[in-house]
Design a binder for this molecule. Sequence first.
Ligand code: SF4
Length: 496
Amino acid sequence: MSEAPETAAAGDGIIRCDACPVLCRIRLGQQGACNRYANEGGRLVRTDPLLLAQRAAAAGAPLVPFAEGASAWEGRVISGADLFVTGIGAGTTYPDYKPAPFIVAAEYEGVDTVTVVTEGIFSYCGVKVKIDTDRFIGPEQAAVRCDGEQVGHVTTAEYGSQMLALGGVRHLTGGSKKEGNVTCQMMLDLCNRGPVELAVDEGATLTVQSGQAPVIDGTREERMRVGCGSATIGIFARQWHGHADEVIVVDDHITGVLTEHQAGRFLDMRPAGVRVRGRRSTPGRYFQVAEPGRGWGGTNIDDPLTIIEGIDRKRAWPGLRLLMVSTTGEHAAWFELDENLRPVERKMPDAVAKVVERIGENCEPALCSVLFMAGAGGSLRAGATENPVRLTRSVKEALTRVTLGGAPAYVWPGGGITVMVDVAAMPDNAFGYVPTPAIVGPIEFTMPLDVYAELGGHMSQVRPLSSLSRESRVRFTTLKPGQPWPAAPQKKRLPR
Ligand code: SF4
């Protein structure tokens, strides 16, 4: 266990933890409400070990075997190129004026750097979930529920994916106690890469988990669509040319019609006269051909012919070969027009079936992606410097690198330090909680030592990386291959 900065033992052996606003009174041998702090022999300790990250081995090279404890340090020259101290297990700095639990100096590529390491208590945080599917999961803005409580909503769909915005301060603090607790637990599970069951009002039930295929209404999604209907036409037009007289790619958003589409025109295809319902946007591209649903291409249709408004007798001809297909190739049907220009379903020719199969082949596996988003508040910034705006500026000036558990964070433009990180890039079980309720997550600020001094950092608290070998308990992990080394400081200088 790592030692916490505060050890206020009272006469009865009970100590008060002041690592968050809950201020638990913890009896000897017991843990606080979040299980993150304990009273061990009258001392307040962080129950999880501090996590240090080592570089991923180069391809084929064996990993350096690290054992737990101080022996892991023996015989090694410790530099920022070898090890990075993450915020996981570091402890928090509440109330805000205390310096961060670990402010660690290390040399990296000839530059003296400092990493300020904390576990942040994030009341302002949320989770963005990207679900690779064109299946209808519920209307935009619909409430998303967990255990009956609203924990977020369906937000703007992206290319080939449905999106959820979950958590956030309103659900954590603005509703009932149960809503706050359910929201907190849901975010904790998702951020630690566990599965979560959700239900969308007027929509689907979902099981989402970082890095796993979504389960929608009990069915595991396999494929992310190759593109919208128009894009699918463009990609495969040449491969259909000569084998089909018309191709309609059914899509909830943009349905494509080959002979009207620019791609068909470039191939000098004869207009087929098959008119599609909906609103024509540009030639061969139609919006709103049907309602959203769980049928073909994210629409509510099971019979593709229902989107055909009419067949132009002046243009169409008996024997016209028509392919109707969805954006994943999961649904496809082949028709030929009879003497009365009525579509009759026939067996799909092999050459066409091959292209339909290729649509499926070009669909990537459907996954759920979970991004944690949060703002660095008082304790995080004051834990780094007495003049927090200087830290914010240095982050914006790209002098200070922000990582969460060693994983690179995207820092939003504009005010504050609002970060977003893919939880799949973070070590296991990186997140915790406190019952205020709020999510606890690691955060590290790394910068050159002189920049840290310039921004009014807590210089008296800076300790060498090697001093961590004196910590009673540390644990080691390996960063994911291809991940940038988090100890590398940014190169730009602060304007004076
Ligand atoms: S909830 Fe956890 S961090 Fe907060 S006071 Fe209790 S033991 Fe300490």
